[in-house]
Design a protein around this ligand. Structure first.
Ligand SMILES: *Cc1c(COP(=O)(O)O)cnc(C)c1O
Length: 367
């Protein structure tokens, strides 16, 4: 049987061991006689699942004590509204948020934030077709911004920050808000450099439906009056993510992924694997004229690798043959076309090796 490798950008591949454990525990979690889906979120069984997931995530990312970890709903796009509703109130109204525009996802965040305050595009990669992170010294920040929003990994454009910027001196201490939906837990980060880190779970953590928010405590309590209570970070934090019913099953699976990550050696070990996996693919792309990746070398994503066949007439054949070889969901996002290989934590290096072998063989047969 052909081994299957799933390159979906999200919802995406999960570790096989996690799916096997979830299957084994599906009908009866730890002798409780219940599936996790059937438990009260306030019962001792689920409370223990939530507490373990929270403390394992805190350990994996070395989240400092003055940060809260929240389990929310609404996804990354929901946070595009929830962030300004929680942070614009830090400054007199109308307040301004700064954005570094690096591609599709910051574009959506900018559009949404305009409903709740003023937006300043501090820098933009538009002129270059969103193929790089604008250099830090080109950013034109607002002196008293409510916050500075970055998407540290642009899932569609394949652009990733390789540095953690400092903005405090130019903004009077504005917090950085980072959308890490598609690379959280893929590399070591210093959480203290950020005010807020958020991400939808369905790229690198678990099932769709769960949104993770890591927020510094002094940023709680500034929500605009229009902010729904269920999305007011302070209310959610005061209720330990139990203000309303959290996405219990998604939290359970995320918790299993966190345990799996710890068994793999944690985030530093994952980062080394992700460097090896992405280098394998980029090195091949750089060695051939048959395919190309258009992102500047210093801004290339380790998680999402968009690439194009020079002869786009071969796209359909490439995808059909890849699928026949067990290499699934390689089609690029419809807004940019081409191909995209998403190689999240749960993608083993064998999957990238199989992809490169197939690409070499396809190129040989069609050159
Ligand atoms: C997928 C993604 C989102 C959107 O997430 P939803 O859960 O669909 O709302 C936002 N930001 C980034 C960077 C993403 O990759």
């Amino acid at each position: 049987m052909t081994t299957i490798y799933n390159f979906s950008a999200g919802p995406a591949v999960l570790p096989k061991e996690v799916l096997q454990q979830a299957a084994a525990e599906m009908l009866d979690w730890h002798g409780s006689g219940m599936s996790v889906m059937e438990m009260s979120h306030r019962g001792p069984e689920f409370m223990s699942i939530l507490a373990a997931a929270q403390s394992d995530l805190r350990e994996l990312l070395a989240v400092p004590d003055n940060y809260k970890i929240l389990f929310l709903q609404g996804g990354g796009l929901g946070e595009n509204a929830i962030v300004p509703m929680n942070l614009m109130g830090r400054k007199p109204q109308p307040a301004t948020a700064d954005f570094v525009h690096t591609g599709s996802w910051t574009g959506k965040s900018i559009k949404e934030a305009k409903k709740y305050g003023k937006v300043n595009i501090a820098a933009s990669g538009e002129a270059g077709g969103y193929t790089c992170v604008p250099a830090r010294d080109s950013w034109k920040l607002t002196p008293d911004a409510a916050y500075v929003h970055l998407c540290t990994n642009e899932t569609i454009d394949g652009v990733e920050y390789q540095f953690a910027p400092d903005v405090a001196s130019e903004t009077g201490g504005a917090p950085i808000v980072a959308d890490m939906s598609s690379h959280i837990l893929s590399r070591v980060i210093d959480v203290s450099r950020y005010g807020v880190i958020f991400g939808g779970a369905q790229k690198n953590i678990g099932p769709a439906g769960l949104t993770i928010v890591i927020v510094r405590e002094d940023l709680l309590g500034h929500a605009l009056p229009i902010c729904p209570s269920a999305f007011d970070w302070k209310i959610v934090a005061d209720n330990d993510s139990m203000y309303n019913t959290p996405p219990t099953y998604a939290i359970y699976i995320a918790g299993l992924v966190f345990q799996w990550l710890k068994q793999q050696g944690g985030v530093a070990a994952m980062e080394q694997k992700n460097i090896a996996k992405s280098s394998l693919l980029y090195d091949y792309l750089d060695s051939t004229d048959f395919y190309e990746n258009r992102v500047e070398k210093g801004s290339r994503s380790r998680m999402n690798v968009p690439f194009y066949l020079k002869d786009e007439n071969l796209n359909a054949a490439f995808l059909a043959e890849a699928k026949a070889n067990g290499l699934l969901q390689l089609k690029g996002h419809k807004s940019v076309g081409g191909m995209r290989a998403s190689i999240y934590n749960a993608m083993p290096i064998e999957g990238v090796q199989a992809l490169v072998s197939f690409m070499q063989d396809f190129a040989k047969r069609n050159s």
